[in-house]
Design a protein around this ligand. Sequence first.
Ligand code: FAD
Ligand code: PYC
Length: 402
Amino acid sequence: AMRYHAGWERAWRSPTPKKRYKVIVVGAGGHGLATAYYLGKVHGIRDVAVIEKGWLGGGNTGRNTTIIRSNYLQDPSAAIYEKARALYEGLSQDLNYNVMFSPRGLLMLGQTEHEVRGYKRTVHANRLQGIATEWIGPERVKELVPIINIAGPRYPVLGALYQARGGTARHDAVAWGYARACSAMGMDIIQKCEVTGIRTEGGKVQGVSTTQGEIDCEQLAVVVAGHSSVMAEMAGFRLPIESVALQAWVSEPIKPCMDVVVMANTVHGYMSQSDKGEMVIGGGTDGFNNYTQRGSWHHVEETTRALVETFPIISRLKMLRQWGGIVDMTGDRSPILSKTPVEGIFVNCGWGTGGFKSIPGSGYAMAELMARGHSPLAAEFGLERFREGRFIDESVAAGVAH
Ligand code: FAD
Ligand code: PYC
């Protein structure tokens, strides 16, 4: 370390861009990198560049609170989130890179009769979908989370939707593991390269203009989360996406006191403890569209208040850091994995506040859609659903307040 890591082998190459690739993926977040990885691994398509305007994993992938679960209500969502969760189980072995997947158990608290009914309905749906979740009572919640105040000054804990194999993973490692594997397959990951324009001819994609020059391609995957509408505009179409800041913060490290993840969606807060001992905390999105990457102050106050009443022992903790990301929200809180009006351009976006958990499943489905023209996992998430009114409403399962 004193020699500034001199001589350490780089995990991925930093090449200058070629003139042409079969596939360009814009955005080296988890979804872009996973798309490239499964294109190479499953479909043998390796003439791929992943282009990133900043640093790899520096968007929402490196800013999220790493919750992984698949307790969604609708069948298409349950399928893609459970595919992702299942891939997470073996991801460290698959990538030969420790992504620190920790299926420590996840609870979504029921704190009103309305919420209890909703979560019980989800448990029934999950049972039919083959996803292992259960409804547990307040005594079991207290056993799993000894620091919780189940009496609650405003809302008592009436029980919880529990997914025993939900949990967390290390966000940077997910991006780094995929990046290293892509680079090893011969793909080019090009950082500090902003896409500033998309070239089309006769309704078909030709390539992109970037801060490192013009690059041609046959297929273009736009995987840029909060900047999806900006890039769609470059290609001449519109997306039903709103961009808004979502923030999180962490406390000073303390001794292990909570070994599950708890989401308390009625009071608007969630918390887990990181391996370093910090309490990782977050709340809802800002109530107005913006591109600020920080988040408004009133959420810090509202969420901290909510969590202090749920977990009184944290009342004297000092908070260390706060940050934000720009999330890409659709009206039905479900993602878009789709062809677009421009031949050869595909979009993968709309994961909003909940796309870390889905990275492996999304990359798998997106690669299949691009390589084969159709993916069963992505089929219901096309852009046409907004025109046809076939919404996949996941506003409750999204958990985070919008
Ligand atoms: P990103 O990681 O944002 O990657 C997109 C990349 O595109 C960025 O690196 C960006 O720089 C690049 N880009 C943009 N424009 C251009 C351009 N013109 N040219 C080149 N590159 C460009 N999800 C969960 O499942 N669990 C959670 O606990 C959770 N917590 C969250 C907490 C916070 C505070 C935030 C902000 C999000 C949270 N999420 C969570 C959501 C999750 O982080 C995102 O859904 C997911 O990371 C999106 O990944 P991505 O690869 O699509 O986007
Ligand atoms: O999707 O589970 C989630 C989540 C929790 C916090 C932010 N997103």
